[in-house]
Design a protein around this ligand. Sequence first.
Ligand SMILES: [Zn+2]
Length: 138
Amino acid sequence: MHIVTTKLYKLQEIEMGPNPDSKENKILIQHLRTEIPEPILRHYDRLRNTGKTGIAPVRNQSCTGCHMQLPVGTVAEILAENDVKLCQHCARYLIILKEDMEMHQQESIMPKQEPEPEPVKPEKALKKRVKKKPVKKG
Ligand SMILES: [Zn+2]
C-alpha cells in the first residue's frame, strides 16, 4: 500500500469520523498533515471543501467515490505502489485497502477444496447375528 495514500486515508477517516475535534484526534490530524506532501494535501482539502471525500477506496475495479469503472492499468499501478493515483472521473485520490488487496491480486477465485466426506459405514446393518452353538457337556 502506498504510504502517502495510507496516511491520507487515515486523515480522512479521522476528519470525517464522529469526533474529529477531540484532543487526541486534533493531535493525530496535525501529525498526519505534517507527513503528507503539501500539493497532495492541497488537492485533498479542495475536494473536502466541496463536500466530497478526498480519497476513495477502489473496490471491484471501481472508484467507490463516483462508482465509475477504472482502467486495469490504473489499478495495477496502485497495486504496484508506483505513484499516487487520482480517479480520472472524480479526481479523488485512490487507495486499495488491505482487505481488498487479495481480491484484486487474485482475479480468479480458486474453488475451495473441501475434504471428501467419509463413507458412512453401515455398521449396524452388517452386524451378523452370531448363533450360539450348543455347548456339549460331557
Ligand atoms: Zn471516482
